[in-house]
Design a protein around this ligand. Structure first.
Ligand code: SF4
Length: 338
């Protein structure tokens, strides 16, 4: 009999028209509203936006970890290695969640159990997904801790989480996330709770491991500066939708959406410091309960036109995999100007 070889897929992950809503007493919160993107093997994709734009809900949807009720994935497909995750029964999903797709959260202290040694937590995680002995799982755990740069890993593995610094705890979380040879690592604001110097080390570590293990990474952040050195492609989210999608270099050189432009301007740069004031986008993100069908950015947009207040803009292909949802680039813009 022929031995089965793993299939190769052009896209490791394809998210198609994903809609995740929360049904609340105040109305329907369209946290994620019809987004689509793909992720190739070994690629690092950034998902950027302000708090509440839907980036974390997107990734919880990929893991099928949306609390229900009140949350519900109401439409769309999440194709991982050719299979729609949304159509899988819970027992098959367990083989993917935490095994093939892993997550690293913002604050490692909330993910690690403070009462259990790191060894216990890592061994358990590995043995849930792999049929190996405790001894083998311990050896694998130590190997992973070494890989993420924990010194004296053979001894430190028997420590409790509080005996590690914030940066070291995040390294432990990354080791746990990758210990089952995950194909996709979702890093949700992985450095927000850390000092600036440690932030750089953790991002560098994720980048290094992704290359070494050929793991695809989805990096969620509110900081476009973080994306610059890490990601090949970026999706900018606003009010539950992707408003711009591009290769990172193109997005920085030629941001098309006024919101992206504002985010780039908000990144602190030493060479641009003049009077010491940082740029900020005026106004607040909209309340996503029962949003009217217009451009949700229009109250904050300095290029707003009449049509923006009445209709949601179409998505325009600008070429070279650069897409934007904005009336400034739509064919019928002249109608708006009239
Ligand atoms: Fe601004 Fe209009 Fe574009 Fe929205 S559609 S970002 S309001 S120009």
């Amino acid at each position: 009999m022929n031995k089965k070889t793993p299939k190769s897929y052009e896209n490791m992950l394809e998210v198609k028209n994903l809609k995740t809503y929360f049904l609340t007493d105040a109305g329907i919160v369209k946290a994620v509203d019809g987004i689509s993107f793909s992720l190739r093997q070994g690629e690092t994709l950034g998902i950027v936006g302000e708090s509440g734009c839907g980036k974390s809900v997107t990734n919880l949807s990929i893991m099928r970890l949306i609390p229900s009720p009140p949350g519900k994935i109401v439409d769309g497909q999440i194709i991982f290695e050719g299979t729609d995750i949304l159509a899988l029964p819970e027992n098959e999903l367990r083989n993917i969640r935490g095994n093939k797709i892993s997550m690293v959260f913002q604050d490692p202290m909330t993910s690690l159990n403070p009462f259990l040694r790191i060894s216990t937590q890592m061994i358990e995680t590995i043995r849930i997904h792999q049929d190996i002995s405790k001894k083998e799982a311990l050896a694998k755990s130590i190997e992973m801790l070494k890989l993420v740069g924990i010194p004296a890993a053979e001894e430190r593995i028997f420590n409790y989480p509080h005996q590690f610094s914030g940066g070291m705890r995040q390294r432990v979380m990354i080791a746990m996330a990758l210990s089952c040879e995950a194909k996709i690592l979702i890093a949700d604001e992985p450095t927000t709770a850390l000092d600036v110097t440690i932030q750089a080390q953790i991002l560098e570590l994720i980048q290094k491991l992704s290359k070494k293990l050929n793991t695809s990474v989805i990096l969620i952040t509110h900081d476009l500066g973080v994306v610059a050195g890490m990601c090949e492609n970026v999706c900018v989210m606003y009010a539950g939708k992707i408003v711009e999608k591009a290769k990172t270099d193109d997005l920085y050189k030629q941001p098309a959406h006024p919101y992206t432009f504002g985010l780039i301007q908000s990144v602190p740069r030493l060479d641009k410091a003049k009077d010491g004031k940082l740029f900020s986008i005026e106004g607040q993100p909209p309340n996503v309960i029962d949003l009217p069908p217009c451009c949700p950015f229009h109250p904050r947009c300095h290029k707003v036109m009449d049509i923006c207040r009445n209709q949601y803009p179409p998505t325009v292909d600008l070429g070279n995999s650069h897409e934007v949802s904005c009336w400034l680039y739509a064919e019928h813009k002249e109608l708006a100007d009239a």
